[in-house]
Design a protein around this ligand. Structure first.
Ligand code: TRP
Length: 339
C-alpha cells in the first residue's frame, strides 16, 4: 500500500506569516521541526501565499514574513542544513497549485471544515483562494515530493486531501508512484497548547486577550506574569494523571511544563504531586523564561538585520527551486504542456 520507500524521505512544513508566533507554535510545531532536522532533509516554508487568502496589509505581511523567519531560526531551524524560504519566491508552488485546482473536485473542497470555519456565514464573499487553499498546500508538499509533513490536528484534513490529490494525479496521468502519498508526522506531548484563560480553547494568535497566550517575543516579566495569572481551579496539583480529568487548565499547564522541560507529563505530576498551584506556577515561569527568552533575544538580534534575513530566504528559495525543477518538468510533460 505505502509507496514511501520509492521516495526519498523528505520533510515539508510551513506556517503562515500572520501574527507573531506564540508558545503553541513553538511546542506544537517548531520544537518538532528542529528535531526532524537530525532525521532527514527538511524544507521549512513561510507560506505568504496562503496568508493572502484573507486580506493582509502589504507592509505588515512583509514584516511578518521576516519575523516568522527569525522565529524559525531563533528556535533552532538551521538554515545551512534545512531549506528555509518563503513560498512566493518559488514559482513551482503557484504553478503546481493550478494543476491541482484541476485535479481536486469541488466536492472534496466543500468538505473542508477549515474553509467553513474561516468563511463563516458570508461564504459568498470569501476569496476563491481561501476555498482552494488546500490545493496550494498539496502543491507545497508535492512540488518537492515530500514524504513527511509535521502538522497539527487542525491540518490533518488538508493533508488527507493532499494524499487524495497525489493519488488522483498519479492515476489520471498514468504515472503510478509519481507523487508520494505524504504522511503526517505526529508530534509528542505538549502538542496541543491551550489558552491560559480557558483550558478548552486552543492558544491562538487571534484570541482577543493577550493574557491567553505567551508570545515568542514576550520578555521575562511578561511571561512570568501571564503564567501567574493563568486560570486554574481550586484543587492542589494532582498526584496521578487520572486526577486531571475535568481539569483542562491544570492539564494544560502541566503539558506546557513537560514540553518546555523535555519531560513527560507523568514525571511532572509525580514531581509536584499535591503541591500548591502557586508553587508549580513559579517553577513553570522559571522554565518558560529560561527556555523562551533566549529565543526572543535571538529573534531581536536577527530582526536588526533584515537584509541578512532576506538573503537567507533568497538562498533557501534557490535551493528549493532546484529540487522542484525536475519534478515540475515531469509534471508539464505528463499533463501535456508543450515546451
Ligand atoms: N495550512 C498550514 C497551517 O495553517 C500551513 C501550511 C501551508 C502547511 N502549506 C503547508 C503545513 C504544507 C504543512 C505543509 O497551519
Amino acid at each position: 500500500m505505502n509507496d514511501a520507500p520509492k521516495h526519498r524521505p523528505l520533510v515539508f512544513s510551513g506556517m503562515q506569516p500572520t501574527n507573531t508566533l506564540h508558545l503553541g507554535n513553538y511546542l506544537g510545531a517548531l520544537k518538532n521541526w528542529i528535531k526532524l532536522q537530525d532525521q532527514m532533509p527538511c524544507l521549512y516554508c513561510v507560506v505568504d501565499m496562503h496568508a493572502i487568502t484573507v486580506w493582509q496589509d502589504p507592509a505588515q505581511l512583509a514584516r511578518a514574513t521576516r519575523e516568522v523567519t527569525a522565529a524559525y531560526i531563533a528556535a533552532g531551524v538551521d538554515p545551512a542544513r534545512s531549506i528555509l524560504f518563503n513560498q512566493s519566491q518559488v514559482a513551482a508552488h503557484a504553478e503546481l497549485a493550478w494543476v491541482f485546482n484541476c485535479v481536486a473536485r469541488i466536492g472534496w473542497l466543500n468538505r473542508m471544515t477549515q474553509f467553513k470555519d474561516k468563511a463563516g456565514k458570508n461564504r459568498e464573499n470569501a476569496s476563491v483562494g481561501l476555498f482552494v487553499y488546500p490545493d496550494l498546500m498539496a502543491a507545497d508538499i508535492l512540488a518537492y515530493r515530500a514524504t513527511h509533513v509535521p502538522v497539527g490536528e487542525d491540518q490533518k484534513q488538508h493533508l488527507e486531501l493532499s494524499r487524495d490529490i497525489a493519488q488522483k494525479f498519479n492515476l489520471d496521468y498514468s504515472a503510478p508512484d509519481f507523487f508520494p502519498l505524504p504522511e503526517p508526522v505526529i508530534t509528542g506531548p505538549g502538542t496541543r497548547v491551550m489558552s491560559l484563560r480557558d483550558g478548552t480553547k486552543k492558544m491562538s494568535k487571534s484570541d482577543e486577550s493577550d493574557n491567553s497566550r505567551i508570545n515568542l517575543t514576550d520578555d521575562a516579566d511578561t511571561i512570568a506574569q501571564k503564567i501567574r495569572r493563568a486560570k486554574t481551579d481550586t484543587h492542589p496539583m494532582p498526584s496521578e494523571p487520572k486526577e486531571l480529568e475535568g481539569r483542562p487548565e491544570a492539564e494544560n499547564l502541566i503539558n506546557i511544563y513537560a514540553g518546555l522541560a523535555g519531560h513527560t507529563p507523568e514525571t511532572v505530576i509525580a514531581e509536584y504531586a499535591g503541591a500548591q498551584f502557586s508553587t508549580f506556577k513559579n517553577a513553570l515561569a522559571d522554565v518558560a523564561v529560561a527556555k523562551l527568552t533566549p529565543i526572543a533575544d535571538e529573534m531581536r538580534k536577527l530582526l536588526n538585520d533584515p537584509a541578512e534575513i532576506d538573503l537567507i530566504l533568497k538562498n533557501g528559495a534557490a535551493r528549493a527551486a532546484a529540487i522542484a525543477a525536475p519534478v515540475m518538468e515531469e509534471v508539464r510533460r505528463l499533463v501535456g504542456f508543450v515546451g
